[in-house]
Design a binder for this molecule. Sequence first.
Ligand code: 6GU
Length: 225
Amino acid sequence: MKIDIITVLPELLESPLNHSIMKRAQDKGLLEVQLHNLRDWAVNEYGQVDDYQYGGGAGMVMMCEPLAKCIEQLQQQHKFDEIIYVTPDGEQLNQSISNQLSLKENILIICGHYKGIDQRIRDHFVTREISIGDYVLSGGELAAAVLVDSVGRLLPGVLNDETSALFDSFQDGLLAPPVYTRPAEFRGWKVPDVLLSGNPKLVEEWRYERSLEITLQKRPDLLSE
Ligand code: 6GU
């Protein structure tokens, strides 16, 4: 899978996308992420990519021309399955959306800043708008990093048995069960006996029951969907 990202702050994305599992995905050739600095398509020598909004009001808006030119240049390299604008007024990201996106070949993500991007880019290029939750970030970069991480880790071969996505919270509509590691007793706090039983069937049953219990307790909305 290839993900292109248009941003005015590539530095904000470099670190999160080049460590741990995202790094492994790219090293293995399963995921390619390419950052594009929108200032390379600026309208003048000062690197301008934003301007005041029509109708007045505080805050700058990212201009059509740099975005359109950048997008069109990237479109000459390949057709995008989705052109995603990350924005607080988009549909809220969830595991099901990440699963869907993980099946795509080429995705373009546009990160907004200031008051956002000119509506005409949304109307004429963007195919999907995604938010990562009901709060406002200073720009789309951190949201894009979240999106790429949640999608990238689902690509076949990225995770191994130990990190398998199959047992993640949400993957089966339930929250994950509690986990424990050595020692079996710490300050008198014991690991549940069943996990030491060596009986995989009992362990699996216990985990499923804990998952149900925890989901009912913390996120009953997940069970009624
Ligand atoms: Cl995608 N962008 C910004 N700026 N803020 C957000 C968001 C996105 N999702 C939640 N808050």
